[in-house]
Design a protein. Sequence first.
Length: 277
Amino acid sequence: MTIEEFLINSQKKLKSVNIATARLDSLILLETVLKKDRAWLLANQDYVLRQANYRKLNKLLDLRLTYMPIAYITKSIEFYGHTFFVNNKVLVPRPESEDMIELLIEALGPNSNFGYEEPAIKLIDIGTGSGVLGITAKLLYPKLVVDLVDIDKNALKIAKFNVDKFTLDINISQGDLLADKPKGYDIVFANLPYVPDKYQINEDAKYEPKHAIFAGKIGTELYRSLFMQLQNKANKPLYILIESFPWQHKEITAFALVSGYKHYKTQGYVVAYKLDG
């Protein structure tokens, strides 16, 4: 079987189970197994697959046909121009989460030290999962002091793997939001679970850790807890960046206002708040 024939066959199978990314997924599987880039694959569609590769491709294709996320199959995900390791212990990072990085850049500018001298600017990534947000911030701003925090030990193992992959100086710790974090931070990333318990998720998401998706009856419970913790902080962060469904933004903004924060900017699923005064 040639690359072209595999592409035709795999796309047909994936479309039959309503997987909208059939062609992209098929190309990713080929890239993974053949260890060739997409340009090579498209330029060599008459290349005859070896039997061992063909068997491996079909094995991976069968997994995708069960709606297993392609990132779990390949153990990798592209996020903001970098490749990160993921598995089913962490949520698959979404493209919309890249807006959090965009708002960070807009708020603080392109300068690697933000125009400040010492002390360094400190950022905490709460509910870090695979660590993509905090790590990406550190890659963009090397002088940034970054802490990654998650309540789940298994997620922190994945975050540490990614930190080590990029050989970064980042602190990783287990914790419940900002509880037991005595030091102050300038920036908070909080991409917390925000899906209501009875919300109907798609087939791919059913493979992901439920505690990283669902957040309670209405979905905003964790953000309420976060802003309640911030009310009692002596040194409040300057910026809080969160992600949630757009229809939850109004309620979360009300939490923020009570804790002394004003709306800074909204971009897609992401909202940035700035300390008022």
